[in-house]
Design a protein around this ligand. Structure first.
Ligand SMILES: NC(=O)c1ccc[n+]([C@@H]2O[C@H](COP(=O)([O-])OP(=O)(O)OC[C@H]3O[C@@H](n4cnc5c(N)ncnc54)[C@H](OP(=O)(O)O)[C@@H]3O)[C@@H](O)[C@H]2O)c1
Length: 277
């Protein structure tokens, strides 16, 4: 086995916990492959795994954690509440079901997956997550795909600020407003599809920067994420790519290169606008 890479830096969260800046995303990884790929990631040096009820692979992520040989507190595990489980009581039951599947005593981070504004239930759902946190069943609570105006409602109506907002974020969609709101309120911005599902990798500007550093385009994009202060959770299916995506802490983009990547912003999403659901 190849030697593990140094682990990603731990970023402090506003509730006193810490989160590894690079995690392993598991969306669309079939359950039959999930435990193996998560173990590959852990062996490579990852200490952060991202799953969701929607992904159908929580059990296999839990299995990878339980069989990793690492103390539980060295791994950071996130899961998410799906859209048909909004509402106070339903959210509590959804969390129980996630914990039953994942087979762990405690979760590190539980997120509301989407605000689904048409249901108008996300504040009630948030109250359930606050209870779960207060009961110690989850260390930290946050949201995903929340625009600043959704975050504002949570804060105004419950007084409790999410510690993370996990949003689609890559050079085409840098989410400046979400990041500025997060910086002002102690909310860490976490990038999902940090490589725009791989579509980002054909950008010629990025290829030029990659050549300057003798790195891959994926590494340039993830390094840009790191230098912005984002958490990022790339998904990959081979050991070589899994390792490559964590190996971004020994080089740096220049301010000019950061600007060149920022110049790619065009608002293009690979997923839905959260306000449309
Ligand atoms: N909260 C949400 O609503 C939400 C939504 C979407 C995703 N997510 C989370 O974010 C994670 C990552 O997002 P994502 O999986 O959609 O997209 P992504 O990480 O941006 O991109 C994954 C794609 O890029 C390819 N890739 C990865 N590393 C590469 C490398 N070093 N070189 C070349 N190609 C590479 C992968 O190919 P191979 O797999 O073939 O290696 C895969 O096709 C998900 O797994 C999930 O955990 C959350």
């Amino acid at each position: 086995m190849t030697a593990p890479l140094p682990p990603a830096p731990l970023l402090p969260l506003a509730d006193g916990a810490v989160i590894p800046q690079i995690g392993f995303g598991t969306y669309k990884i079939p359950p039959a492959d999930t435990a193996r790929l998560c173990r590959t990631a852990i062996d490579a040096g990852y200490r952060h795994l991202d799953t969701a009820a929607l992904y159908g692979n929580e059990a296999e992520v839990g299995e990878a954690v339980r069989t990793s040989g690492l103390p539980r507190d060295e791994l950071f595990v996130t899961s998410k509440l799906w859209n048909d489980d909004h509402g106070y009581e339903r959210a509590l039951r959804a969390f129980d079901a996630t914990m039953e599947r994942i087979g762990l005593e405690r979760l590190d981070l539980y997120l509301i997956h989407w605000p689904v504004p048409s249901q108008s239930l996300f504040v009630e759902t948030w109250r359930a997550l606050i209870r779960l946190r207060d009961e110690g069943r989850v260390r930290s609570i946050g949201v995903s795909n929340f625009h600043p105006h959704h975050l504002r409602r949570l804060i105004d109506e419950t007084g409790v600020t999410p510690v993370v907002d996990q949003v689609e974020l890559h050079p085409w969609l840098p989410q400046d407003e979400v990041r500025a709101f997060g910086d002002a309120h102690g909310i860490r911005t976490e990038a999902w599809s940090p490589l725009a599902r791989g579509r980002m990798l054909a950008e010629p500007v990025l290829a030029g920067i990659a050549a300057d550093h003798d790195r891959s385009v994926a590494q340039v994009v993830l390094r840009w994420q790191v230098q912005l202060g984002n958490i990022a959770i790339p998904k990959a299916s081979s050991e070589a790519r899994i390792r490559e995506n964590l190996d971004v802490f020994d080089f740096a983009l220049t301010p000019e290169q950061m600007d060149a990547v920022a110049g790619l912003a065009n608002g293009e999403r690979t997923g839905r606008d959260p306000d449309l659901d």
